[in-house]
Ligand binder design. Sequence first.
Ligand SMILES: [Zn+2]
Length: 126
Amino acid sequence: MTVNLTISEVTAFKTELLSLLEQLRAEVGEERKQQEASGLGSLEVHDSGEEAGAVVDLMLNVEVLALHSDEISDCLAALERIEEGDFGSCIDCTEEIELSRLRACPTAARCIRCQSAYEAFLQKSA
Ligand SMILES: [Zn+2]
């Protein structure tokens, strides 16, 4: 279905997504650097308490990295939808995604209805 976004609106979203992507990549690069600097590659611990702390730090780092890589793939997927001309339509029901929703979250791939159904599904299967 055709989405009622003007070319300038789509271009604005594209610019926003590209800068978000750049920002996320910079953050991930920074986290990787910190991880390397903290010597997690060659983990040296002297007692079990220290070891547990280091592992917790590592887990947190991995979680942050995973979260950011999710955001990066959301960004890339949104940019791909722009290229394909599908941006702004729900990937589930193909209805138009509310413009206010896109403004708040340009990476949104689903309309509010499908997003809540999707989240309910995720919660059920978790
Ligand atoms: Zn939908």
